[in-house]
Design a protein around this ligand. Structure first.
Ligand code: AMP
Ligand code: MG
Length: 327
């Protein structure tokens, strides 16, 4: 089995020279330039350094998974600079508005119904009908998102399985050569991840974090504690959640009569995750093409070409196995 340390980006990706940017107008302008190209910029927040990419660009989001070496497509938090941006992404009821007014900007993430026409990549939501939103309090984070003019997907800026970074030097130590830039905003004040609340029928504490549950409960009343809610905390872990209607056959080196073929690399296929056999592109296309394959198949089996189990291929195969799980 591969360890997170041995995970590497697709070999086509030569290591890049990671720029260290100052948290001033020039540094932010450069960061915005890079983000608009779909590249990755780590930036300081009050919790930990985030690894930012355009949350509306599936290739950028796929690059986040590749750079971190994440073995799974868990949903990511979309970071916003203001309420107008937030309301374009999630559906805010009175409870959500009140929590945002009380705790934002700050280390609180709200999981809300996804807004119609949000424009978010389906890799950010992991294809769920909900979205996790946060408005960070760090002035550099807010200025960056505002200057970029759109939401940034930003998990912690460390290789998967390693400790979260609270200084630019930590980010450099873990991700130098794998991301375009780091904005050095000094040490993070909070140092632990945001508290995550799920605003479902009840208000659920999905992850303890930077704001104590007691402080939130003083405002909301009792929260449903982790593990006590009606659903598992990490929706991405649910084996059957991503199941297609059509049965799926994995590692299909041939196509049998009646099957719809979802290809990877060269060769005839009804749909292709990446004709160039590029794992980042395949990840960016994955959810959309699973939906498409299901639509075309009309219940016929879907044969999925073998995907190499290296780099992002591990996360792709993890998700394909879940989609193919018996139900
Ligand atoms: P990270 O960005 O690594 O700090 O992790 C994001 C956390 O938010 C993970 O624990 C996710 O499972 C959780 N999360 C993100 N989006 C959602 C969502 N739509 N529903 C439930 N949990 C979410
Ligand atoms: Mg993390």
């Amino acid at each position: 089995m591969q360890t997170p340390e041995s995970f590497s980006a697709p070999s086509a990706d030569a290591p890049e020279r990671t720029e260290l940017l100052a948290p001033d107008a020039g540094g932010l302008a450069r960061a915005v330039d890079l983000l608009r190209q779909g590249r990755l910029v780590a930036f300081p927040t009050e919790t930990v350094y985030g690894l930012g990419g355009d949350a509306r660009d599936s290739l950028a989001v796929a690059r986040i998974y590749a750079a971190k070496g994440r073995p799974r497509f868990n949903p990511l938090i979309a970071h916003v600079s203001d309420m107008e941006m937030a309301r374009g992404l999630g559906v805010f009821d009175a409870r959500a508005e009140a929590l945002a007014a009380r705790f934002w900007p700050g280390p609180l993430t709200l999981v809300l119904p996804l807004a119609q026409g949000s424009g978010l990549s389906d890799l950010v939501t992991a294809d769920l009908p909900t979205v996790a939103l946060r408005m960070p309090a760090h002035p550099v984070a807010r200025a960056l998102i505002a200057a970029f003019g759109g939401p940034l997907a930003a998990p912690s800026a460390n290789p998967s399985g390693r400790v979260s970074p609270t200084r630019a030097a930590h980010v450099m130590a873990g991700l130098s050569g794998r991301i375009a830039a780091v904005i050095d905003g000094g040490p993070c004040a909070v140092g632990v991840e945001s508290t995550i609340l799920g605003l479902f029928d009840e208000t659920e504490l999905l992850r303890p974090g930077g704001i104590a549950a007691e402080e939130i409960e003083a405002f909301t009343g009792p929260l449903v504690r982790p593990g006590h809610g009606p659903r598992p905390n990490a929706p991405g872990q649910l084996a059957s959640h991503y199941a297609t209607l059509a049965p799926i056959r994995l590692n299909a080196s041939d196509t049998r009569p009646g099957e719809v073929r979802l290809g990877f690399g060269a060769g005839a296929a009804d749909l292709n995750l990446s004709p160039q056999a590029d794992l980042v592109e395949a990840a960016a296309n994955l959810f959309h093409l699973l939906h498409e394959a299901d639509r075309i198949a009309q219940g016929r089996p879907i044969a999925v070409a073998p995907i190499p189990d290296t780099g992002l291929g591990r996360a792709i195969n993890d998700r394909l196995r879940r989609a193919a799980a018996p139900r």
